[in-house]
Write a protein that binds this ligand. Structure first.
Ligand code: C2E
Ligand code: MG
Ligand code: MG
Length: 542
């Protein structure tokens, strides 16, 4: 503490703590004015404080920076009170050293909210700022995520410092591009993000400006360094959440990278959603559930030929997802996700119901229904829900004979969850629903192990058929023979060529399925019922 004269700023009295803190002797102190202690230029009235932060803590006047006798600077918090000292107009000043606290605080703020190289706000800062932005902006908000490429090359060829130089330069370029006050962030090593006000068209304009700016070379380690960028855009919905927007924009960037386009917008570019689906997207589960509830699923049917008779013996129901934005999705693109997300049961029970409904509809239309084969997943057998029970109810509901329904299980499914599979097979057998072992040859292919499984037929995977004419023939015929020994019917999958069918016929294969006979098609396609196979090659599509 000290007492200073109000008018002259001279120090009139000082306590021992101040002497210890500043390093002046008492006599030296009493020869000083407070301006001599201040670390920075001209002082505000009184000299002890500079209203640097405007923040007043503990009724203090403010924070200031002072200098000790040895030149070291101190951050101090200053409190003052007027008083009369020895008849003079004076001020009592209390000073507290907050250097350590301030340094810690600064560092904490810096490291927790800023990127140390570019000085731009980081992901936490983005989340903090977004709430305020959302309140302030009336228009839609777009988040641009900018991923820089080529830094690895710079790091390897010119060194890490050069890489950092480039990152800093990219940061300043973006700063100039978006404006000093714009909400611009540096999320991670090579990823930047900016909020812009406006719709998709405006966001795309911003993205294009970023891309052309990135075409200019940077100077690092004294030479030119080139980088490029991909931009992912997510448009905020009312009440958007910054975390969600970040994930959407991130998905858009990733999809821009794989699709080869430089800019992608989440929700409007089909490939973005496709990408999300492929990469275990966060919205996937709800999107898939939505698909079931909103009637976005379709079934197509692929004819199965009775090889000896040349007639269509049945069809396989194959699911499709007709997404309103993305378009048609094939099972390979979403079934694995549905299995992980736990919605496969919903999908498969929908396909089962739909197939039963279709059988009844064919019958009503005067068409003799062929048996419909429906695929089940291993996951259908894991949960508490009973798929056999569902099948029983749906057959009843549509008045469909059990002989008109069959299920397909892959070999891996059948051997994996043995107990549940056996229970299912018993139930189906009791009902009269046939069972086929799908994709035979891709799993363990152990005929002896499936012997004890009471299945009715096996479907030889198309990879076997593909090789049949290139030295793989004996394997296919061996499988047919062994299956027949076990009283199993054999379906050859993926039959695409006349020669394949001829070979299968020669070896007594019971059924054939594949593009040669017909591709998966809608329920009203006449070719599903053509009694004699008409083989016009031009009409096939993959
Ligand atoms: P899968 O059961 O083995 O079905 C046969 C797949 O082979 C179908 O593909 C079909 O379009 C395709 N295919 C048919 N003929 C040919 C051909 O001549 N050449 C070639 N290259 N391919 C042919 P899709 O429809 O994409 O289905 C793929 C897989 O997805 C199915 O294989 C099945 O395992 C699964 N899947 C389809 N629908 C469902 C469903 O409703 N539920 C479940 N759990 N899985 C399903
Ligand atoms: Mg199948
Ligand atoms: Mg198959």
């Amino acid at each position: 503490m000290w007492i200073r004269e109000r008018r002259t700023l001279r120090i009139l009295e000082v306590n021992d703590a101040a002497i210890a803190m500043y390093g002046y002797t008492r006599d030296e102190f009493l020869a000083l004015r407070v301006t001599d202690i201040s670390a920075a230029g001209r002082r505000s009235a009184g000299g002890e404080t500079a209203p640097r932060s405007g923040r007043r803590t503990r009724q203090a006047d403010g924070l200031a920076r002072h200098r000790r006798k040895n030149g070291h600077e101190l951050d101090v918090e200053v409190t003052s009170r007027p008083l009369t000292y020895e008849g003079r107009d004076a001020v009592l000043v209390a000073v507290r050293d907050v250097t350590f606290e301030r340094a810690l605080d600064e560092r904490f703020r810096h490291y927790s909210l800023r990127d140390s190289r570019t000085g731009l706000g980081n992901r936490s800062q983005l989340v903090l700022d977004s709430a305020a932005l959302q309140r302030a902006w009336q228009q839609p908000v777009a988040l641009l995520m900018i991923e820089i490429h080529g830094l690895r090359t710079v790091n390897v060829e010119l060194g890490r410092d050069a890489g950092d130089e480039v990152i800093i330069a990219v940061g300043s370029t973006l700063r100039i591009l978006f404006g000093e006050e714009a909400p611009l962030f540096h999320l991670a090593g090579q990823t930047f993000a900016a909020f812009v006000e406006g719709d998709e068209a405006q966001a795309r304009q911003h993205a294009n400006r970023v891309l052309s700016a990135m075409r200019q070379p940077y100077v690092a380690a004294g030479t030119e360094a080139f980088v490029s960028a991909h931009v992912g855009i997510a448009i905020g919905e009312p009440g958007w959440d910054a975390g969600e927007l970040l994930r959407l924009a991130d998905a858009a960037v990733q999809s821009a990278k794989v699709s080869g386009s430089r800019v992608a917008v989440f929700n409007t570019d089909p490939h973005v959603l496709r990408h999300v689906l492929r990469s275990r997207g966060f919205t996937l589960e709800s999107a898939l559930l939505h698909a079931v509830q909103e009637n976005q699923l379709r079934t197509v049917y692929q004819p199965i030929l009775d090889v000896a008779a040349g007639t269509i013996a049945g069809v396989e129901a194959l699911v499709r997802w007709q997404h309103p934005q993305v378009g048609l999705l094939l099972p390979g693109e979403f079934i694995p996700h549905a299995e992980r997300a736990g919605v496969i049961f919903d999908i498969d029970s929908w396909v089962l119901s739909e197939s039963c409904r279709q059988i009844a509809a064919w019958r009503t239309a005067g068409i003799t229904p062929r048996p419909v084969s429906v695929n089940l997943s291993a996951r259908d057998l894991d949960g508490a829900l009973d798929i056999a029970d569902h099948i029983r109810r749906e057959l009843e509901r549509y008045g469909v004979d059990a002989s008109l329904l069959a299920v397909e299980l892959t070999e891996t499914t059948a051997l994996h969850n043995r107990e549940a599979v056996e229970r299912l097979l018993d139930d189906l057998r009791a009902m009269g629903v046939a069972v086929a072992l799908d994709d035979f040859g891709t799993g363990y292919s152990m005929l002896d192990r499936i012997r004890d499984l009471r299945v009715d037929r096996i479907k030889i995977d198309r990879t076997f058929i593909r090789r049949a004419l290139n030295g793989g023939g004996p394997l296919v015929t061996a499988v047919i023979t062994m299956a027949h020994d076990l009283h199993l019917e054999v379906v050859a999958e993926g039959v695409e060529r006349d020669e394949e069918l001829a070979m299968l016929r020669a070896h007594g294969c019971d059924f054939a399925q594949g593009y040669l006979i017909g591709e998966p098609m809608p329920a009203d396609d006449r070719r599903l019922w053509a009694d004699r196979m008409s083989r016009r090659k031009g009409s096939r599509k993959r």
